[in-house]
Design a protein around this ligand. Structure first.
Ligand SMILES: *[C@@H]1O[C@H](CO)[C@@H](O)[C@H](O)[C@H]1NC(C)=O
Ligand SMILES: *[C@@H]1O[C@H](CO)[C@@H](O)[C@H](O)[C@H]1NC(C)=O
Length: 167
């Protein structure tokens, strides 16, 4: 004779097992999803470009950031953190990364966008390395799943050159 308690216990164990399986399947199906996102970051204008009194270069840009990250979304996606960075090399560092803009995408519907904006965060170099500098404008995204581990990827738009002179 199975007692009531035994049956409840068996039911809970079963439910937990199913839940664990669903979680595993969710992160597995996430791994099987092959996203094909697209992105384009276009510099529309250099608003100004100067050397600060402390010797650091600073530039203000107007950009057109467009992306379609809809294929990154699965039913297991909670939200996607996205940011645009300027990446460049200097004699001191092989990789300098300056975040210019960021945002959080909460749904697949809003994962396709085109934003006309000036840099949200200041683009300052630790030194005066920016004149004529080749910069990669890079769109990064971090996918925060409902269950399973976070993953990140990026699209690099290489070879944007900053002006040779301050203005
Ligand atoms: C921004 O880029 C998108 C896609 O390339 C384009 O459709 C749109 O016209 C651009 N907007 C501006 C202001 O350049
Ligand atoms: C910029 O992009 C190019 C091409 O993807 C790459 O070879 C180079 O290392 C990148 N530069 C930096 C500083 O990340």
């Amino acid at each position: 004779m199975h007692s009531f308690g035994y049956r409840v216990n068996a039911l809970v164990t079963f439910a937990v097992t199913i839940l664990a399986m669903l979680c595993a399947m969710a992160s597995l199906s996430d791994n099987l999803n092959v996203p094909s996102p697209t992105a384009e970051v276009e510099v529309l204008n250099i608003n100004w470009f100067q050397r600060q009194p402390n010797g650091n270069d600073e530039v203000s840009l107007t950009m057109n950031i467009s992306a379609n990250l809809q294929t990154v979304f699965t039913w297991n996606t909670k939200q996607v953190f996205v940011f645009v960075a300027a990446e460049y090399e200097t004699p001191q560092n092989s990789l300098n990364q300056v975040s210019l803009w960021d945002g959080i995408i909460l749904s697949k519907d809003s994962a396709t966008f085109s934003i006309h904006t000036t840099n949200k965060y200041r683009f300052i170099d630790q030194g005066s390395n920016l004149r004529g500098k080749d910069v990669n404008l890079t769109l990064h995204w971090h996918v925060m799943p409902k269950t399973g581990k976070m993953f990140a990827d990026r699209i690099v738009m290489a070879g944007y050159r900053l002006p040779e002179e301050y203005r």
